[in-house]
Write a protein that binds this ligand. Structure first.
Ligand code: HSE
Length: 297
């Protein structure tokens, strides 16, 4: 038995919601082919020569499947073939897509015996392998779709959020930022005055999604805690953000731990104009880049 799934890219944090908010994109996506084996083991292979750790426990798709097998009594295993289309280290949940795609496909082969909630728990082991920390803000939207709030990780409490239609413009400057490095530079303490502004924005953003209030979504896309530290890793960040907003984007910021930057727009035409602004900024800076416009999936 064999199954093929598409595992989409995701935008974690949504600017103010570090580790608790995320959304699922239509494009790009990985293709994963998973086959049932009749012995208890996990094999992960890359279809396009992208180097993967041989030990499945050290692999973002393998580690979640090993966790899943601990909960399965049958003498079975999985062989995974990954067609990697989401560039690793680009900030749109490449490792999460491998982890989430693997568990969703494996669950299908097992007759869907696990809930989505359990699949997120397995998939988080892939994030642990990738970044050293079990965060769920990429794997959850990848598995649930749409916009998701992870109110708590321990215990896991997932709140899927409705949202109005939105266009997402993404620019990926061709540098690699490792999530582990982008986490290591963060400050461990925050000032109360900054925390107040931050939770005002998080509450505003969640309310904006639920009320289909585009202006409120735009006003709430500010981050006082993480972006000021991380943006130093991304060339031209402040100017690019200002220029995108001047072109009509509702707002945006670093996608996940970067280096990709995402901007939300109400209209497709605006999203395309924002894409042109991004192209102009990076062309002027002489930085290689890749851009695309997509929607929430
Ligand atoms: N919330 C995580 C971080 C997402 O910002 O480190 C990583 O993609």
């Amino acid at each position: 038995k064999k199954v093929k799934v598409a595992a989409p890219a995701t935008v974690a944090n949504l600017v103010c919601g570090f580790d608790i908010l995320g959304l699922c994109l239509h494009d790009p996506y990985d293709i994963m082919e998973v086959e049932l084996l009749n012995e208890k083991k996990v094999i992960v292979k890359s279809a396009d020569g992208y180097p993967l750790p041989e030990d499945p426990a050290l692999n973002t798709a393998g580690a979640p499947l090993l966790e899943m097998l601990k909960e399965v009594e049958d003498n079975i295993g999985f062989s995974v073939l990954i067609h990697k289309r989401i560039k690793p280290g680009s900030g749109v949940g490449s490792s999460a897509a491998s982890a989430a795609g693997a568990v969703v496909a494996a669950n299908h082969l097992l007759g869907n015996r696990f809930t989505k909630h359990q699949l997120v728990q397995f998939a988080m082991f892939g994030e642990k392998v990738a970044s050293g920390v079990k965060h769920a803000d990429n794997v959850t939207p990848c598995i649930f779709g749409g916009v998701t709030l992870i109110r708590s990780i321990f215990p896991l409490d997932i709140v899927p959020l409705s949202s109005p239609p939105l266009y997402v413009t993404v620019v990926h400057p061709q540098i690699e930022v490792r999530t582990a490095d982008a986490r290591a530079i963060l400050k461990q303490q925050v000032l109360l005055k900054d925390a107040i502004k931050q939770w005002g924005n998080i509450a505003g953003l969640v309310a904006g999604f639920l009320k289909n209030d585009y202006d409120l979504i735009g006003r709430s896309l500010e981050d006082y805690l993480v972006e000021p530290v991380r943006s130093i890793l991304i060339p031209g960040f402040d100017d690019l953000k200002k220029a995108c907003k001047a072109a009509g984007a509702l707002g945006g910021g670093i996608s996940g731990s970067g280096p990709s930057i995402f901007m939300l727009s109400k209209e497709q035409q605006t999203a395309l104009e924002v894409e042109q602004v991004m192209k102009d900024c990076y062309t002027q800076l002489g930085v290689d880049f890749h851009t695309y416009v997509t929607t929430i999936n």
